[in-house]
Design a protein around this ligand. Structure first.
Ligand code: GLU
Length: 380
């Protein structure tokens, strides 16, 4: 598989070499009937075939399994329990896959289904396995259609939304462009449904607190994402050097429209891409704990140094060696994330101590660093 695709300048899809498109449930499935919107999907397939013809490698991350399956199983008119969602996903996913196979087949495109769980992206070895499989499919000319494996995920270990999953997939396969097809045409300064003064934001270079403040609450209905998870997806994509668009998907031919002058919000990465390992760390979606550090350590990290036990003032959460954790300052601001060289228990015991004391405190000689700088990524 190619190393990092070069960031593509500007907006539109021209120049995209490897593109991930996320398709939300609300676009694909008619909420009232639970039926797939086949004419809409057929128009999207035309767009995809056009992109494939000009050499863009396309990967779809499609929601809709639960929305389709719940109707089939008669689970309608009320919120579903997790087990019911899992059952609905099992019944819906097979229908979803069949529709993609048939409709993309009209263009001679072979689809291949890949169902991922959170562990498949958060565990480095499994992440590399999934990356290799998707890369292999692309090099064989197939079009991967990806969804979360909802049937086997539990409440604690699931994405639950395909926005972040799609961004993690984009990072995983070194995509240069990610498009989230949605029922809105981008980010607004406030919720446009309730605030007439809300203004559309055409371009974002950094996910600042001001940008985060623009996202409202998650909407009701089948969509589980909302703007909050879209901005989290943008954070993952930008840290991977991948540009991302939030674009209106409700129209026919949404990708052709984006290629033209359709309004969208483009998130454009500024910085040079990190190494593959650091991109994986930066894209971690489920850090299981946090290390709170003192001001001296904040300065040291800013100078590119490792995090030493001496600079850690508190340890939160339960984590194992090698797990991703957040790094916070005393005020609670997230400064970055990294892989802890110690379990939460051992980290708490050596926090505040010099590295030379580690062997005496723990009874074994561990690493001098709590998080080595090679395992650490600061927020930009
Ligand atoms: N994986 C879910 C499904 O296929 C969708 C998650 C989402 O709504 O983003 O139904």
């Amino acid at each position: 598989m190619a190393a990092v695709s070069r960031p593509v300048a500007g907006t539109g899809l021209v120049g995209a070499r490897r593109l991930v498109v996320k398709i939300g449930s609300a676009l694909l499935v008619d909420e009232a009937s639970g039926r797939l919107r086949r004419p809409w999907l057929a128009a999207l397939a035309d767009d995809i075939a056009g992109l494939a013809r000009r050499g863009t490698g396309v990967v779809l991350v499609s929601s809709g399994a639960v929305a389709v399956g719940r109707e089939q199983l008669g689970l309608v008119g009320r919120p579903l329990r997790l087990e019911e969602q899992q059952a609905a996903a099992a019944a819906g996913q097979i229908r979803l896959a069949h529709a993609y196979q048939e409709i993309l087949g009209w263009h001679g495109i072979t689809v291949a289904q890949v169902l991922l769980t959170l562990e498949d992206t958060e565990n480095r070895r499994r992440h590399l396995n999934a990356r290799a499989t998707i890369g292999q499919l692309l090099s064989l000319g197939a079009l991967p259609v990806i969804n979360e494996n909802d049937t086997v995920t539990t409440a604690e270990i699931r994405y639950g939304d395909n926005d972040r999953l799609a961004a993690r997939v984009a990072q995983m396969i070194s995509a240069d462009t990610l498009v989230l097809l949605s029922d809105v045409d981008g980010l607004y300064t406030a919720d446009p449904r309730s605030d007439p003064a809300a203004a559309h934001v055409p371009q974002v270079a950094e996910i600042t607190p001001a940008v985060l403040a623009m996202a409202g609450e998650a909407p009701p209905g089948n969509s589980s994402g909302g703007m909050v998870t879209k901005l989290e997806a943008a954070r993952i994509a930008l840290s991977a050097g991948c540009r991302m668009a939030i674009a209106l998907g409700t129209r026919r031919h949404p990708l052709s429209a984006l290629d033209g002058d359709a309004r969208a919000t483009w998130f454009v990465p500024a910085a040079e891409p990190l190494t593959a390992r650091k991109r994986w760390i930066a894209g971690s979606v489920a850090p299981v704990g946090a290390l709170v550090i003192d001001d001296g350590a904040v300065r040291a990290l800013g100078q590119g140094k490792s995090l030493l036990p001496a600079g850690v003032v508190a340890v939160d959460g339960a984590f194992e060696r090698g797990d991703a954790v957040l790094i916070r300052d005393r005020a609670g601001t997230v400064l970055g994330r990294g892989l802890s060289a110690y379990t939460a228990g051992d980290a708490a015991r050596i926090a505040g101590h010099r590295s030379g004391e580690i062997t005496e405190i723990l009874g074994y000689s561990g690493r001098a660093e709590m998080i080595h700088r090679d395992d650490l990524v600061l927020e930009s």
